[in-house]
Design a binder for this molecule. Structure first.
Ligand SMILES: [Zn+2]
Length: 404
């Protein structure tokens, strides 16, 4: 039996007046989901336990069968794993942005102008982080370049008893009010301060200024975490699994769980991702490589929710139906290979709120060759809510899905 999870990040939403009080999931033209629904189990699942951060990391951990209350290590160690950095148990990891600070004032009084330095290119940022590593790195503290403005500091026996502020939360404010607090915070502040001297007049930044781009003239350290110690997915469920995602956090969870993370060229994490590449990679993993489980993660609906882009959110859901679900089921049906498919968002990202909520999400489990369950079944928030099938502990959904 092949198992496919189609994870529609942030797809669940609220009824929208403009759509005749339908949700984007309800309104979207999804002939393939509609075809499977009458033969499927449909219900709701609460993926984010009360009191947990409403993030894609906690929610995807939950869908993959790990209780986020028990297995949550912060975002930076998951990003570290997706970057291929292996961690020791004593390592503490920190997200390290390259940011743009105002230039006139003393460091304390500077204003944070951009948490991404105009979404600096990976190549430029790499040189800058290498310069930071040369000046500030040592055997205990190592800076690793990542993608665009997102980098990593690994600090052996670093402190997790810190209070560090995400830079995107304090845009256009003076940084003095957001100095790191707690054990080890003086050293973190010191590194941030020194990085300005390394970066502000770096040739990369001089060249950026000439092009009218913001300089990446300081690092900003936040998002502390420790090595994720997840029980292996394969040992837990006795299947060989892969994750296919454009998002570092999701790749990191997969790698942390001992799964294969398949990189797909042109996978962007937005509505115009390389759907075909992702579907092909899933089919290859299941059929050519004869493995059992694949987790195809699509970030598009979430991104559109954050941006309040109604039409694109609908489109993202339609693309998943047509360009992910259809080719995968066709490939398996054509070869008469038995399979189960779970379609589920990790959490709602309502357009109205432009952020995640912890409300239950609708799920659908289809098994090939199933008899009709209910001809009126529909895969929508509303229909799922009308059934009495409700899974309160989100991490047990995977047990249900992978049960024989
Ligand atoms: Zn998410």
């Amino acid at each position: 039996m092949k198992h496919i999870v189609v994870l529609m990040d942030g797809a669940a939403d609220e009824p929208i007046l403009k759509l005749g009080n339908m949700t984007p999931l309800e309104y979207a033209h999804t002939p393939n989901i509609d075809m499977l629904a009458p033969y499927s189990q449909i219900g709701r699942v609460k993926t984010i336990p009360e009191g947990c951060a409403k993030g894609s990391d906690t929610a995807n951990l939950s869908v993959l069968g790990y209780n986020p209350k028990e297995f949550y290590f912060g975002r930076s160690p998951l990003e570290a794993l997706s970057m291929g950095v292996s961690l020791k148990e004593t390592d503490v990891t920190f997200r390290t942005n390259v940011v743009t600070l105002s230039e006139e004032e003393a460091y304390e009084n500077k204003i944070i102008l951009d948490h991404s330095a105009d979404e600096i290119s990976t190549e430029e940022a790499r040189e800058l982080i290498e310069a930071v590593q040369k000046e500030l790195g040592d055997k205990v503290r190592t800076f690793y370049p990542g993608v665009s403005y997102r980098h990593l500091l690994v600090w052996d026996k670093g402190s997790t008893e810190v209070n560090l502020i995400p830079p995107h939360d304090i845009l256009d404010q003076r940084i003095a009010a957001y100095k790191p607090q707690g054990a080890g915070s003086d050293l973190i502040w010191e590194m941030m301060k020194k990085s300005y001297n390394v970066l502000n007049n770096h040739p990369i930044n001089e060249a950026r200024r000439k092009k009218g781009l913001k300089p990446a003239n300081s690092i900003w350290i936040w998002g502390e975490g420790t090595k994720p110690m997840l029980p292996l997915f394969e040992e837990k469920y006795d299947v060989k699994g892969a994750v296919i995602s454009a998002v570092d956090l999701i790749k990191g969870i997969g790698i942390g769980a001992g799964m294969t993370s398949i990189d797909v060229e042109g996978a962007t994490g937005n509505v115009h991702t390389n759907y075909k590449g992702k579907a092909d990679a899933a089919i290859k993993w299941l059929i050519d490589e004869d493995k059992d489980f694949v987790y195809v993660h699509l970030e598009g609906p979430d991104e559109c929710g954050h941006r309040n882009e109604l039409d694109n959110k609908i489109k993202a859901i339609e693309y998943i139906d047509q360009k992910i679900i259809k080719p995968i089921i066709d490939a398996l049906e054509n070869r008469s290979i038995p399979y189960k498919m779970l379609v589920v968002p990790d959490h709602p990202t309502p357009l109205r709120l432009r952020t995640h909520t912890g409300d239950p999400v609708p799920f659908m489990i289809y098994e090939s060759g199933s008899k009709l369950v209910n001809k009126d079944n529909r895969y929508t928030e509303n229909f799922a809510g009308s059934t009495d099938y409700y899974i309160e502990e989100g991490h047990t959904l995977m047990d249900v899905f992978l049960s024989k």
